[in-house]
Design a binder for this molecule. Structure first.
Ligand code: AHM
Ligand code: MG
Length: 281
């Protein structure tokens, strides 16, 4: 799998250049979730596809920005689902964004995820790789250097509540209010990569994107966003659930399926489970 990590590093260097110099305007196109694609989304997708197409161990890829699975190498072992530039609309206000990669075997489904990687493009470029543990690297003078392992505490101090309050269920609002009343600090930029990276590096907390009245199945996509980060949180000693169970147990029926999701350290996730169980319909 080393060749895949090397390919991701190369794509990160090219996407960093694209973010710094590219046009932040809209394209004429929509992705399969109905979002208008930015030129940066399409260009970063092309960068990754072109780099992955030269890696023989990759059998298939699927991108958040494309409708269907793309076959690459018939004899390849790995399937990769990726979001080339998550939070791309934040580039024009100069906030951090990221790329997310889930590496699967046999089938694109949570239980077959064997590794995941994300890259944060902020004041610095950092890459986090989750396999048996979670390792962080930083781009320094053109190369990724190992910086540290990432391990969550049992309980954190940060709360990152997604979506909009008037679409939350009353018990979800109560849960978020209670967490703030217990002294947690609000940390939410609108980019899941930097928001989750912050929770991972500051020891823990809760990131939530629940099912809402406007999107009962949440906003975040299973294969490209939810599962890769679930894998990172579990390997870092935390949890990722849909309110009730591990998100990695969800059977994906369509590549662009979404799911409610909660990522965090154990204490906060157990708290979510209690509230959701008590309000189960
Ligand atoms: P995108 O893939 O279209 O960029 O959207 C995903 C982003 C996540 O990074 C972030 O957590 C979420 O959308 C924020 O949504 P909201 O503004 O509804 O809280
Ligand atoms: Mg995204």
């Amino acid at each position: 799998m080393i060749e895949i990590f090397e390919a991701i590093k190369q794509s990160a260097i090219e996407i960093k250049h694209l973010i710094e110099t590219g046009d932040t305007g809209k394209s004429e196109l929509e992705n399969s979730t109905g979002d208008t694609q930015l030129k940066l989304d399409i260009q970063s997708d092309k960068i990754i596809e072109s780099i992955f197409s030269k890696v023989p161990s990759i059998k298939q890829i699927v991108s958040e920005e494309q409708e269907a699975v793309v076959p690459l190498h018939q004899d390849g072992q790995y399937l990769i689902a990726y979001d080339p530039l998550d939070g791309s609309s934040l580039v024009d206000v100069n906030l951090s964004v990221g790329s997310i990669f889930g590496i699967y075997e046999d089938e694109f489904t949570g239980k077959n995820l064997i590794a995941s990687v994300y890259v944060v493009f902020g004041p610095r470029v950092e890459m986090v790789v989750a396999q048996t543990d979670v390792k962080m690297y930083r781009l320094l003078n053109g190369e990724f250097k190992f910086i540290q392992n990432i391990k969550l505490n049992e309980k954190g101090k940060l709360n990152a509540p997604g979506s909009t309050q008037n679409c939350w269920a009353p018990y979800h609002k109560q849960l978020i209010d209670d967490i703030f009343n217990d002294g947690y600090r609000l940390r939410y930029s609108g980019g899941m990569v930097p928001d989750l990276h912050q929770i991972l590096l500051k020891g823990g907390g809760l990131f939530s994107y629940p099912g809402t009245t406007d999107r009962p199945k949440g906003k975040l996509r299973q294969l490209f966003e939810v599962f890769p980060f679930a894998f990172v949180f579990e390997k870092a000693g935390g949890q990722a659930i849909d309110g009730f169970d591990r998100v990695l147990n969800i059977a994906t029926t369509h590549i662009h399926d979404t799911s409610p999701c909660f990522f965090g350290s154990n204490e906060e996730i157990n708290r979510v489970k209690e509230v959701y169980k008590a309000n189960e319909k």
